[in-house]
Design a protein around this ligand. Sequence first.
Ligand code: ATR
Length: 262
Amino acid sequence: MSDRYALIGNPVAHSKSPSIHAEFARATGQDLEYGLVEAPLDGFAATVERFRAGGGKGLNVTLPFKQEAFRLCARVSERARHAQAVKTLVLETGFGDNTDGIGLVRDLSQNLNYRFRTVLLLGAGGAAQGVVGALLEAGATKVVIANRTVSRAEELAQRFPGVSACSYESLPEEAFDLIVNATSAGLGDETPPVPSSFLSSKVLAYDMVYGRETPFLAAARRAGARTSDGLGMLVEQAAEAFFVWRGVRPETRPVLAKLRGS
Ligand code: ATR
């Protein structure tokens, strides 16, 4: 029988993860299957345990369970500890990792070929938490976190030396190389209120939401900024999870090109 893996979340129905991992498995000759597990909102731990007891080897965790997964792990990686959120579970050992940050940074550096020093990160929820450490490790000299609820941005910023927090009304009057939308605003067809003066042709505006142009990306495009959705991040973080589980690093470019239909 093939080794079993899955994405666990609520909802999970429209995820591209199964087709990404199926491509990785085919390309690397790994014998595994990757499915979808929808856990009830109050039944994450029990659902994980059922999957493990049934022979499941690993899980990728998505909304809204990443923080709960962190609390469930016997041991976590340094990057998961920084994020206080777990994205990838190795069920045999109870090990948890967070591959979001490396996924974003690899997409920026390898797929988009974009160099940056200064970053404005929008949002302070699970998605934002996963990437601050990796942005700093990738060489960001300045990271400012803006959030609707400023206290959440402050709580996240204080975990990382040199990172600062603010509200959308008190953004510093300076240009950033990279603006990352890590809010869930785009899912509801809304946009975080970033003044268009921040969105110039010298900026890459990146939205972690994938598969469509969010209002944030549309505003950035209209202002002349370079834009990207989060599809590359999804594929890159999946490749890192695959590596954590199988010790083999799949090539991401062909999979990304196929998903983009090019
Ligand atoms: P996730 O794991 O996707 O980050 P989350 O932890 O619920 O989900 O966080 C959602 C983030 O999107 C938060 O930063 C939230 O701001 P608040 O902390 O102030 O709630 C942000 N967000 C959601 N909808 C938004 C909107 N319409 N405008 C601005 N920010 C929004």
